[in-house]
Design a protein around this ligand. Structure first.
Ligand code: AHM
Ligand code: MG
Length: 339
């Protein structure tokens, strides 16, 4: 019988690959695994909210059904805080970073986590895939002191691990610790993630482009020119347009099939929409580890020095040659590199 490797086993087995291995990162990844199962359970019954809500009316406390993105944030926060896995967390759902001190305020943990607990949450109501994105750094402030903003404002090339969970037709957890990208699929019957996609590789070329083309008239000229290129009848083009409106799901599909995802600047969103620290950087780390590429149209995402926790940047990510081609078009308009 084939030997199925679980995520838990995989994390432990590969702990030795990690330079500063003390088990702390493994425990942290296990906590993320646990929280993602809890969120998965809730996301899967999102369609039942009205039905369960009716039953909930009998609750004399009259508690409102929590929005799922707030719920996901609470689950990840509580899991990380209660298990005392990290010294700090930043989240799309929190205005500022959260300092975690442990019971006796020792601040002894080494890692900070940045996350988007439920990305693409506008898709929830219509039964379309959403995801969780996470990014992990070693703190740069001294162990034993409270974390500071600089621990979170590190460039993406300092990440020690990153990943996402896609709550899709199957639920998958995909992560990297800088040794390739590995995907695990949840068997919902027993609540266990199994290694299903070892060493995922981004095809160098692809035939899919993913962008919200509804904003076409607001896009910079380089993006407009590239889109026209995608649509030309030449050399394997036109490409197919696929846009779910959920970064995790669009990225995941393009990672497997080959493609490019773009969220550019626009006259409506002068810095783009996506957040550098907990959307673009973790995806960029994964993309590069899979042999793909991620840029803001001009420069490598992972080398951007962050200035703000919730900073936005434009994102061009996916198959290496496709992102390279898009960058060629952008290079024609160097002024748009400033945003
Ligand atoms: P969110 O973090 O508020 O969910 O926003 C991020 C999402 C991405 O998942 C998705 O790709 C993008 O926003 C869609 O934005 P738009 O509706 O402007 O195309
Ligand atoms: Mg998001």
């Amino acid at each position: 019988m084939k030997n199925h490797i679980t995520l838990g086993e995989y994390i432990i087995e590969n702990q030795k690959d990690f330079q500063y291995s003390s088990g702390e990162l493994s425990n942290l990844l296990s906590s993320i695994k646990l929280a993602s199962k809890v969120v998965n359970h809730e996301v899967n019954k999102a369609g039942l909210v009205d039905i369960l809500g009716d039953a909930g009316n009998e609750n004399i406390q009259g508690e409102d059904q929590q929005k799922l993105d707030v719920y996901a944030n609470d689950v990840f926060m509580q899991t990380l805080v209660n298990r005392q896995m990290v010294c700090g967390v930043a989240s799309e759902e929190e205005d500022d970073f959260v300092i975690i001190g442990g019971k006796n305020q020792t601040h002894d943990n080494k890692y900070v986590v940045l996350m988007d607990p439920l990305d693409g949450s506008s898709n929830i109501d219509v039964n379309v895939s959403v995801g969780t994105i996470f990014s992990i750094y070693r703190r740069i402030s001294p162990i034993g002191t409270p974390v500071v903003k600089e621990d979170f404002l590190q460039p993406g090339n300092m990440q020690v691990a990153a990943g996402y969970v896609v709550y899709g037709t199957s639920t998958m957890l995909v992560y990297t610790t800088g040794h390739g990208v590995h995907g695990f699929t949840l068997n919902p019957a027993i609540g266990t993630f199994y290694l299903s996609h070892p060493n995922m590789k981004s095809p160098k070329d692809g035939k899919i482009y993913s962008i919200n083309e509804g904003y076409y008239s607001h896009f910079p000229q380089g993006v407009k020119d590239y889109l026209k290129y995608c649509q030309e009848e030449e050399e394997g083009r036109p490409y197919s347009a696929r846009y779910i409106g959920s970064l995790v799901s669009d990225f995941h599909r393009n990672l497997i099939k080959g493609g490019i995802y773009i969220y550019p600047t626009s006259s409506k969103a002068p810095q783009g929409k996506l957040r550098l620290l907990y959307e673009c950087n973790p995806m960029a780390f994964l993309a590069e580890q899979a042999g793909g590429w991620a840029s803001d149209g001009y420069k490598r995402i992972l080398e951007i020095k962050p200035s703000e926790l919730h900073q936005r940047v434009p994102l061009f990510i996916g198959s290496k040659n496709m992102v390279g081609k898009a960058e060629e078009f952008m290079a024609q308009y160097p002024d748009d590199a400033k945003y």
